[in-house]
Design a protein around this ligand. Structure first.
Ligand code: PMT
Length: 221
């Protein structure tokens, strides 16, 4: 059994991918399965934490011992995460949050019209939940961990993202149509705001989760 080094701590974890509706039958979404976030939740429970998991569209069974909240869109995820973060020691944003949502929601199914070109879809920006949580810190000493899903210039983009978002740790993982999303394994470099770089070799998502908790517990003191 794992060391209960997160006993007495409340950790909030987001997992899955938001879906931004266009009309009652269609949405803009992404390929996140939620497996990395659920691995974080399971390992945190095993290490003694009180865990609140905010899940978006995963369809995965609830991890034993965690409180699970559900959110569909980025706006709903923000509301649930901010509420749960109020008394959290650690917030980990593993969810893939849509940066944009359709500017308008059609209450009826959008129809194609004979001989007409499709209308462009106008988008508006979604709130940046990670930047908000990291900027506001609901509690003194609260630790905020982000993920960066990158396809190119993975480390350079990760370093820039760590600064922009203002979090304490950023887990940089490479993604693609058949990479990381939905698989049981992951490979990453965990960047610290203190300049630290912790490479995590390819392996089960639980192993990466445990490295994240090791780095978190070292920083919680
Ligand atoms: O779910 P799996 O199939 O197991 O795959 C795991 C994963 C690839 C989804 C996960 O490991 C991962 O990388 N999650 C973050 C995905 C993401 O949205 O990355 P990003 O680089 O677009 O965002 C950076 C960070 O900001 C993330 O912590 C994200 O949660 C957060 N964010 C992004 C946009 C936004 N509007 N609000 C946010 O809080």
């Amino acid at each position: 059994p794992a060391e209960p080094d997160l006993a007495g701590r409340h950790v909030v974890i987001s997992a899955g991918g938001t879906r931004e509706p266009l009309d009652p039958v269609r949405y803009l979404g992404n390929r996140s399965s939620g497996k990395q976030g659920y691995a974080l939740a399971r390992t945190a429970v095993a290490r003694g934490a009180r865990v609140t998991l905010v899940e978006a569209n995963t369809g995965l069974p609830d991890p034993a011992g965690a409180d699970v909240l559900r959110a569909g869109t980025a706006v709903q995820l923000r509301e649930a995460v901010l509420k749960a973060a109020g008394d959290a020691d650690v917030v980990v944003m593993a969810a893939a949050v849509a940066d944009f949502r359709p500017a308008a929601y059609a209450t009826g199914k959008i129809k194609k019209k004979d001989g007409q070109e499709p209308a462009p879809v106008a988008l508006v920006r979604n709130p940046d939940i990670l930047a908000e949580v990291a900027g506001e810190r609901a509690r003194p000493g609260q630790l905020v961990v982000g993920f960066a899903a990158e396809t190119d210039d993975v480390l350079a983009n990760g370093r820039a993202k760590l600064r922009r978002k203002g979090c304490d740790l950023l887990v940089v993982n490479e993604v693609g149509e058949r990479k990381t999303f939905g698989s049981e394994e992951n490979e990453a470099v965990v960047l610290g705001a203190d300049g630290s770089e912790t490479p995590v070799p390819y392996g089960p998502k639980e192993a990466l989760a445990d490295v994240v908790w090791d780095l978190v517990t070292a920083r919680l003191g």
